[in-house]
Every structure is written in C-alpha cells, then in structure tokens.
Design a protein around this ligand. Structure first.
Ligand SMILES: Cc1cc2nc3c(=O)[nH]c(=O)nc-3n(C[C@H](O)[C@H](O)[C@H](O)COP(=O)(O)O)c2cc1C
Length: 257
C-alpha cells in the first residue's frame, strides 16, 4: 500500500467526540468553508449553516455545521434566467445529497489537515422543524446532517472497516459465500471489541419486543449494533415525507412548474 501525507491523514481520521475549549479562528473557519465549497458538485445544491460555541452544542464542540440540501439558491438564479424547475424533486434530492455530502467530507478533510477533528450527527432530518426555525430557513432548504468540529481532546484509534474483498468488486458483484460474510463480520466485530468501543461508549442499543439480552460488553460488537439499530429503529416514511413536504419538496409527483 502506498503512503504519503494525505493518504496517512485520511487513514488516520476518526470521529472525535471530545473537544478542547479552543475556538477555531475566523481564518480557520473561512478556510474550512472555502475547501468545503471546492468539492465536486452537480449544481451546488447545498449550503452550510454554522453555530459557534454556546450551550447545547453536541459533544461540547466549539463549532456545529449543519449541511443542507438547498434548492432555494439555485431556483432564485434560475428565476432570473426565466427557467422554472421542471426536474422532479426526487431527482434533485438525489443529486443534491451528493453535492451536500461531498462538500461535507471536504470540510472533514480540511479540518484534519488543520489539526482539528469532527463527528457527523445524523439526526438533522428528524429535527428539521427545529433547525428550520432556529436558522430561519426558507422553503426548498432541508437539513441533511450535522457536523461537530473542533480541536480534539481525545485520540482514539482509527475504526475498523470491512476487508477489501467485501467492499471492492472489480468487473462484477460477487455471490457471497458464508465464509466471506463471516470473515467480514469478524473483522468488524473483533476490531471493535479489541478497541473496547461499546464498553468505553457505555452503550448497547436496548432490545425491544421482549427479546432477551444475551450480549455483554465482551461480546457486543459492531454487527450486533448495526442489527439492533437498523432492525429496530422505525422512523415512518410518512413523517420524513411530511417533513420534506413542509419544506416545499414533493418526492412523489412531477414538478408542477
Ligand atoms: C451520516 C452519519 C451520521 C452519523 N451520526 C452520528 C451520530 O448521531 N452520533 C455519533 O456519535 N456518531 C455519528 N456518526 C459517526 C459514525 O458513528 C462514525 O463515522 C462511524 O462509527 C465510523 O467511525 P469513524 O468515523 O471514527 O471512522 C455519523 C456518521 C455519519 C456518516
């Protein structure tokens, strides 16, 4: 494997959930935003909201960015060119999500290069109403994900990933054997257990529906965690569609303009 400064920075990145109280300078913040903007884009269908310091910051981070899917800005420009939006909102959302997350990852990498750390927080779409009010968002803007940023007060190890043969499929997608799946599972589980990840986080997803607990922090690994999260958590599509609709997005129909 090749190593250089950038590759090693990327391989060494990990989510940071403890921060020092040091506030990044305005120049550092502006640099993060400029690098974020320079990510590849389909149509710059994204915006960054920023909250600096104060109470209620997740992980007591000095900076909280909210990454938004943003059609408002583009449509204001299209109006001036006399173009109503014909593309459907679902298509625009899929492209806009890509613009938003590529932009956010650029910010993550820029932060690393300036000695800062970061952690995404995925609850934004479910708190859309609060975020819209707080930041005075116009229609056609929807919060996708939040990102805490600051100087790290912890230095955890990089977290495990699937083995490459469970991730990179050249020419055609393989039919997985039990052995491949088991190996991928043990790479993830053994890796997280070796780091004592869930014991240190003091967190196992609670079981619902009267299922009996058979795991301890000695056995609870990443694959059980994923199963419990995505196998029990049931946000309603109606709730998300309604949240999007209240922001002026209709994913089920053609655009009326
Ligand atoms: C879309 C998204 C949402 C996330 N939401 C949360 C979150 O709500 N809380 C949290 O502590 N970490 C969150 N994370 C961070 C992941 O837990 C973390 O990236 C993953 O466990 C891999 O660890 P690493 O980033 O240290 O490599 C999120 C990451 C992404 C990409």
């Amino acid at each position: 494997m090749i190593h250089n400064e950038m590759i090693d920075t990327l391989l060494n990145r990990k989510s940071i959930r403890k921060y020092t109280r040091q506030m990044p300078t305005d120049e550092q913040i502006e640099t993060l935003a400029r690098v974020a903007q320079q990510a590849p884009f389909a149509a710059q269908m994204c915006s960054l909201l920023l909250k600096k310091g104060g109470t209620g910051m997740p992980f007591r981070a000095p900076l909280l960015f909210t990454v938004c899917f943003d059609l408002h800005k583009l449509e204001r420009i299209m109006e001036k060119r006399n173009w109503p939006t014909k593309s459907c909102d679902l298509s625009l959302l899929l492209f806009g999500l890509q613009d938003a997350v590529l932009m956010a990852e650029n910010l993550v990498i820029a932060a690393e290069s300036l000695g800062m750390g970061s952690c995404f927080i995925g609850s934004a779409p479910y708190q859309a109403k609060t975020i819209i009010k707080k930041y005075n968002l116009p229609k056609r803007v929807f919060p996708i994900v939040q990102l805490t940023v600051g100087f790290p007060a912890e230095d955890p190890p990089p977290r495990p990933r699937y083995p490459l043969d469970y991730f990179l499929f050249t020419d055609s997608y393989p039919e997985f054997t039990d052995e491949m799946i088991d190996r991928a599972m043990s790479v993830m589980d053994d890796g997280y257990l070796a780091q004592d990840y869930y014991r240190k986080a003091k967190y196992m997803v609670p079981l619902e529906d009267g299922r009996e607990e058979t795991f301890t922090y000695d056995t609870y690994g990443w694959t059980e965690h994923m199963g419990r999260k995505w196998g029990q958590w049931t946000p309603s599509p109606k709730q998300l569609l309604a949240a999007l609709k209240s922001c002026g997005f209709d994913l089920m129909n053609n655009n009326k303009s």
